[in-house]
Design a protein around this ligand. Structure first.
Ligand code: IPE
Ligand code: IPE
Ligand code: MG
Length: 229
């Protein structure tokens, strides 16, 4: 039996707050350590022979509901992360792309995101996608609105797929950390036939070794896509 290949990995990075609370720290400390984990996992993915795209859920359209100070901290952390990460992207041949409604971010943060996308656009070992102010319902709704404004009347699945924010590729494997088992408005369309894996590990504790184990397990699964195998 041929094992399943993995081209597109998606991760819902959850559990930063609980990780910090368990240690008597502020929730923000969990986000800080969680950012380090993104670097470790991204670098692992760039070296992996099959993975072409790794999409990380960093801030949802619903996360604005959090206390103002936490949201402000996350915005600053993102800016700092992108500034510091540039050398990692260049060294490991990683292209950075953002999805989500980034026009709702501050102008300097938007500029940082655009600049990082431009500076890394020729890198090709991995595309690291950060979902920032991302909501899948919002993404699908925007795709439909774009099609309407183009005068489309008979909308096909292919039309929607190609009008989503990223060049469309199905997700092969979705991992959510922290033991929560839900999708939280992430990539609803792209996940249609993804294999799902829920890890009890809190995101700041997640390691490349655990990812490797999960990928090994994924490879033993039979993906039927509705057929019989
Ligand atoms: C995930 O960790 C990071 C973001 C959603 C920004 P959480 O902050 O949701 O951590 P928990 O779920 O409260 O532990
Ligand atoms: C999902 O985590 C969003 C991100 C990881 C960015 P949440 O912690 O916000 O999700 P819920 O509220 O528990 O579903
Ligand atoms: Mg959470």
């Amino acid at each position: 039996m041929q094992s399943s290949t993995i081209k597109h990995l998606a991760i819902i990075m959850d559990g930063n707050g609980r990780w910090a609370k368990e240690r008597g720290f502020k929730r923000t400390k969990g986000h800080e350590v969680g950012a380090e984990t993104i670097r470790t996992i991204t670098t692992y993915c760039a070296k992996h022979s099959e993975i072409e795209t790794a999409t990380f859920y960093a801030f949802s359209t619903e996360n604005w509901k959090r206390p103002k100070l936490e949201v402000e901290f996350l915005m600053k952390l993102l800016d700092k992360y992108l500034k510091n990460e540039l050398s990692t992207y260049q060294k490991n041949d990683i292209r950075f792309q953002a999805i989500g409604n980034i026009q709702e971010f501050s102008k300097p943060l938007q500029a940082r995101i655009k600049k990082t996308e431009e500076l890394t656009q020729n890198n090709s070992s991995l595309i690291q996608v950060l979902a920032l102010n991302y909501g899948s319902r919002s993404e699908i709704t925007s795709a439909v609105n774009k099609l309407i404004s183009e005068g489309k009347t008979n909308i096909t699945e292919e039309d929607i797929s190609t009008h989503l924010q990223t060049p469309y590729t199905d997700i092969d494997l979705l991992i959510r950390t922290s033991g929560e088992e839900r999708i939280s408005n992430f990539l609803l369309w792209q996940l249609s036939y993804a294999e799902l894996y829920f890890s009890p590990t809190l995101w700041p504790d997640f390691t490349a070794n655990e990812l490797e184990d999960i990928i090994q397990q994924y490879k033993t699964r039979t993906r039927r896509f509705g057929g019989i195998k």
